[in-house]
Design a protein around this ligand. Structure first.
Ligand code: LRH
Ligand code: MN
Length: 430
């Protein structure tokens, strides 16, 4: 298998902190054992955790105001894969990449598959794009895509999604994610029911082409690019659409797509209960769809979401198999560092949620002991599980400290010569 970072460098960096890690790990083991928790079981669960990386997150992101490209930006999907290989090599929990078409379109998909295979990377959900007009595109998506009043525009968007499935099959993916920006900016501009009916009619035509072992994930979003109404505006419209389409249509929860202070963990619980939780786009936000690093602002909310996920796992909830993925935009940090950091922060929420004493929680819930129920969650959240995450990385050949090791490797300086800046738009979202 190819490596982007010299394994010897990772080993020498790890050697600097292995002693300290073992001490911290053993001490945490003793503390957890006092509550009957076996640290080794948790470390194995940490090693089994995996979260996909968005190809579009490897380039520096921007806003409508500006984008400030960094050094040695990836200019195409091959270079994005190389950077994803660095993230997985050091973090050991991001072995899948989610592409976006046509941003990542290539002429030879088998060549692209071989390139990813050479780094031990697989392909996660395929993201279609009917929120931008491509050069020489016949029908514009200015007034929507799958819900556009123009049948020609809808057919064009349907054809693109079906093509995305075919490209995904060549890469070995098993999921299609459909997010559309369709909506309106003015009251009266759109007939809500007719727009939703057109959307459902289009999605039925795409669903009919979905291979039997694939899932379709529908992503809702409150606003942007539309600022008055959005056809799939919230989890309600989302789950209704998935129920309308069929068992293999499920809802995807992008954390940033909700109004501030929305109880997202409760939405997750509902989707789990009705076997409609397809997966997540993890990120964090303060105001809108800020696409900030996961757990950087609301780590407790992320932990509460994993409380629902671990609870379903513990109850062996039928139809429970959510897909985990990051969806972030890195405007002021090195995307590789932010993606490694964020993958570990989501992994941290999972391990902390595994520490929750569920029997005690259920007892306090049944007896309306609100304070002790809340304290049972906080007790788990307040455990520093960093030694478990680091040990999971070390045991799989990763870095005890991914950021320090990445900086020691000075990766971007090393590849800058092969990646002359393309100036212009590069591969960030904007
Ligand atoms: C929409 C979204 C969607 C992607 C896009 C890049 O805001 O979250 O998941 O297609 O970002
Ligand atoms: Mn998203």
């Amino acid at each position: 298998m190819n490596h982007r970072i010299e394994p010897a460098l990772i080993a020498s960096e790890n050697a600097k902190s292995t002693l300290g890690l073992n001490e911290d790990y053993d001490a945490l083991g003793v503390t957890l054992a006092r509550d009957g928790v076996d640290i080794e079981t948790l470390t194995q669960q940490a090693q089994g955790f995996n979260i996909a990386v968005p190809s579009w997150g490897t380039g520096t992101g921007g806003t409508r105001f500006a984008r400030f490209p960094g050094l040695a930006e990836p200019r195409n999907i091959f270079e994005k894969i190389e950077d994803c290989a660095v993230i997985h090599q050091l973090s050991q929990c991001t072995s899948r990449v989610s592409p976006h078409f046509p941003w990542d379109r290539v002429d030879d998909f088998s060549e692209l598959k071989q390139h990813a295979d050479s780094y031990g990377l697989a392909w996660d959900s395929i993201n279609s794009n009917t929120f931008q007009d491509q050069a020489k595109q016949a029908e514009s998506y200015k007034f929507g895509s799958l819900s556009n009043t123009s049948a020609k525009a809808r057919d064009q968007a349907i054809a693109h999604n079906i093509e995305c499935i075919q490209w995904g099959q060549q890469l070995g993916s098993k999921k299609l994610t459909v997010w559309v920006g369709d909506g309106s900016n003015h009251p009266g501009q759109q007939h809500f029911q007719r727009a939703f009916e057109r959307y459902l009619d289009s999605m039925h035509k795409i669903y009919a082409e979905l291979p039997s072992d694939w899932e379709m994930h529908i992503e809702h979003k409150m606003f942007e690019p539309a600022f008055y109404s959005t056809v799939i505006q919230d989890w309600g419209s989302n789950i209704l659409a998935t129920m309308e389409l069929g068992d293999r249509a499920k809802s995807l929860v992008d954390l940033g797509h909700h109004a501030p202070n929305t109880n997202i963990e409760m939405i997750v619980s509902r989707l789990i209960q009705f076997k409609k939780l397809g997966g997540f786009h993890f990120n964090d936000s303060k105001y809108g769809d800020d696409d900030l690093d996961s757990g950087s602002l609301h780590p407790y909310q992320q932990f509460l979401i994993f409380n629902e996920l671990v609870d379903a796992q513990a109850r062996q909830q039928p139809g429970f198999n959510p897909n985990y993925m990051l969806d972030q935009s890195h405007n002021v940090t090195d995307p590789i560092e932010s993606l490694m950091n964020s993958a570990a922060e989501v992994q941290r929420s999972y391990i902390k949620a595994l520490l929750i004493n569920r029997d005690a929680l259920y007892h306090f819930q049944e007896h309306n002991d609100a304070l002790m129920a809340s304290n049972t969650l906080k007790k788990a959240f307040n455990v520093d599980v960093s030694p478990i995450l680091a040990m999971a990385r070390l045991r799989q050949g990763g870095a005890i400290d991914p950021i320090a090791t990445y900086r020691a490797a000075d990766y971007r300086t090393g590849i800058a010569a092969n990646r002359p800046s393309s100036g212009g738009n590069g591969s960030g979202i904007v």
